[in-house]
Design a protein around this ligand. Sequence first.
Ligand SMILES: Nc1ncnc2c1ncn2[C@@H]1O[C@H](COP(=O)(O)OP(=O)(O)O)[C@@H](O)[C@H]1O
Ligand SMILES: [Mg+2]
Length: 459
Amino acid sequence: MAGPQATLRPSLEFRLSAWVSALLLGVAIVAGVFSFVAACEEANELQDDTLRQIGALIERNHLPVGNAITGLPDLDSDPESRVVVQLLANANGEAVGRPSATPLLSAALPDGLQTVMVEGESWRLFVTTLATDTRFLVGQQTELRDEIARDGAFRSLLPFVILIPILLVVLRCVIRRMLNPLNRLASDLDGRNEQDLGTLSASGLPTEIRPFVVAINRLLARVEQSVSRQRRFVADASHELRSPLTALSLQAERLADTRMSSVAGDRVAALRQGICRARLLLDQLLTLTRVQEPSAMAVSPVSLEQIFRQILEDLHPRAAAKSIDIEVTGEQGASIILAESDLITLLRNLVDNAIKYTPAGGRIDLSVGVDDRGVVVEVSDNGPGIAPSERALVFEPFHRVLGNDEAGSGLGLSIVKAITDRYAASVALDYTDVAQSCGLRVTVSFRGSERNAGTITQR
Ligand SMILES: Nc1ncnc2c1ncn2[C@@H]1O[C@H](COP(=O)(O)OP(=O)(O)O)[C@@H](O)[C@H]1O
Ligand SMILES: [Mg+2]
């Protein structure tokens, strides 16, 4: 079914053009018919008057009709416009012959105006009888009259015929213009990320489209409500689970302090590890719901140098335990305008991953680049990296690459993505060493954006 016709049928432009053309064509035909009928009547009357006047002229002036008059000289080359005067019967009432150039007409024709067919052609005749009983007729072909009527009809049709293509072009332009606000609306919606459920502006829109925008806005508000309800539920559930888990953790610690067999000790250690993982998972869940919340946090220029120092202080012990070197390079003096806690969470998750997935004795590089479009932060390590086929998936919540022995929630990169989305920044994954297909390089670009708070300054 798909094809040009299927596309055309729902097109407003096509339907309007078809309707307007059909309507115009109908009006043109009706106007043509009317004009034809009116012109016919007028031409008829004109012709009849002419015939009658010529008859009266001959009668009044006692012009000699003679045997046959083709009296009027043949001035016109068009035979259809020729007026023929012909004697039908002489003073004795006898029929007379006709001159060779004139049609054969019956002497029995009654007086008055009439239309007769002669030798396949239609003639309008005015027959009259003189006081001397001489009968003659004045005649002219009706072809001329019909031609005048046809010309009249065509002339009234012509403006419509010219108007239709012009109208179609104008209609097309007008419809395009009218649909422009709709296209703008569509691209506005298209350009949004899934967090952006703010209302659409109805200003400048035609009144017919406004109810549609109002309905979309109402739907967006309902979706926003539902999404925030779900987020709140996850946040509340994580929060509620924290207290019993803390209590459980305390009990497990106390249990570990008691005297027990080595087997029981191993079990308790495993139990404490499990509790620790569950707490980490809950913390990450809470962080994810927080960063997915529409931003109402105060933003300010945040110095990267300061954030790096804070993160390295926190994570240094873990890096040292694995003999991993962390080096910071580039323009650390750069600042980014955002909520400080968001930048800390983002970088902490990336550096945490790098420490976790890089083998002992490895190396991690943190670098900052500044160009005229903004700040780019890179975190690279010399671990196994992430295969290209997995790169989109690891941003999904709870997705962890198979064959991975490290403990984790699978939420770290989802948190990173939610934060970059919040500031219209971007995050990309690549190998650190592309030739060897190893090491992970995470590039976060904070490009200036008018819509979000992630604008850039440089110290
Ligand atoms: N630096 C890295 N090197 C190798 N693999 C990584 C790195 N960072 C993340 N990954 C992979 O991406 C997955 C998702 O990461 P993340 O969302 O932080 O979850 P988690 O670290 O809790 O498993 C990880 O399970 C891991 O397989
Ligand atoms: Mg992680």
